[in-house]
Design a protein around this ligand. Structure first.
Ligand SMILES: Nc1ncnc2c1ncn2[C@@H]1O[C@H](COP(=O)(O)OP(=O)(O)OP(=O)(O)O)[C@@H](O)[C@H]1O
Length: 238
């Protein structure tokens, strides 16, 4: 479970302070699917970067609560020896790296595929790093995403939509407990966007993976259990 508490984030631009996130609170339970909509520049990607421990808030906490496993600092709750709680905003670089490798799948707006290795090697990176290589699961994922015939190509030999599907497969290859997806179907046409976003939500449900998805599409957002809107730094449920 992730609990965002009183998150505050601002940027200084030309000497002026711009508040991007203002007292944001949110709870993400295992298996939850959450969409975040909002105007361009409203802070959606900023929020995902904080959840991925790629950036730090000015203040507030992001508490990661899990049972029994260690990931960085250990703050045991009194009376519950099974539960460990970590504030990911306090992670060192090394702890943040481990958190991203083992706990998080990331699908970026610009895919971030590695151009000099094949599609399959890109997809398998998180699975290999975490030692969680499930061949049948990967085969089914590739089939469902319709990219099985492209696995030996290089990413730049694929269309934008195909690269997006590869990025989705890579985000899910290690079956992470949390998937953060920034406009995961933004490069797909309407029909493919529907198919792929449904697959994304269904796969996360099957794996009990929490999904936080930024989208500009109301239709895609409607597939998630909870729909939130970011406006003026405030997050409100639709
Ligand atoms: N490193 C930075 N330094 C200064 N300003 C930044 C920085 N990163 C983001 N911003 C500003 O913060 C605001 C929020 O950016 P963010 O990328 O989170 O928006 P977004 O809602 O994801 O937008 P979009 O839908 O266009 O992707 C923007 O005005 C952006 O210019």
């Amino acid at each position: 479970m992730l609990s965002l508490k009183n998150l505050q984030k601002s940027y200084i631009d030309a000497g002026e302070k711009h508040t991007i996130l203002n007292n944001v609170n949110l709870s993400i339970m295992p298996g939850d699917s959450i969409s975040i909509q909002g105007a361009s520049g409203s802070g959606k990607s900023t929020l995902l970067h904080l959840l991925a421990a790629l950036d730090k808030p000015d203040s507030g906490e992001i508490l990661l609560t899990s049972s029994g496993e260690s990931c960085g600092t250990n703050n045991k709750r009194p009376n519950d020896p099974q539960t460990l709680s970590h504030d990911i905003t306090q992670f060192t670089e090394k702890q943040a790296d481990q958190y991203r490798q083992f706990k998080v799948g990331l699908i970026f707006q610009r895919f971030n595929l590695i151009d000099c290795i094949t599609v399959m090697e890109n997809i398998m990176l998180p699975a290999k790093i975490t030692g969680n290589v499930q061949h049948e699961y990967i085969r089914n994922l590739l089939n469902a995403l319709g990219i099985d015939r492209h696995i030996n190509k290089l990413p730049n030999q694929l269309s934008g939509g195909e690269q997006q599907r590869v990025a989705i497969a890579r985000g899910l290859s290690h079956q992470p407990p949390l998937l953060l997806a920034d406009e995961p179907t933004g490069n797909l046409d309407g029909k493919n966007s529907d198919t792929v976003s449904k697959l994304l939500v269904d796969t996360c449900k099957k794996l009990n993976t929490s999904l936080v998805m930024v989208t500009h599409s109301e239709k895609v957002a409607s597939l998630t259990q909870q729909q939130w809107y970011l406006n003026d730094g405030r997050l409100s449920q639709i």
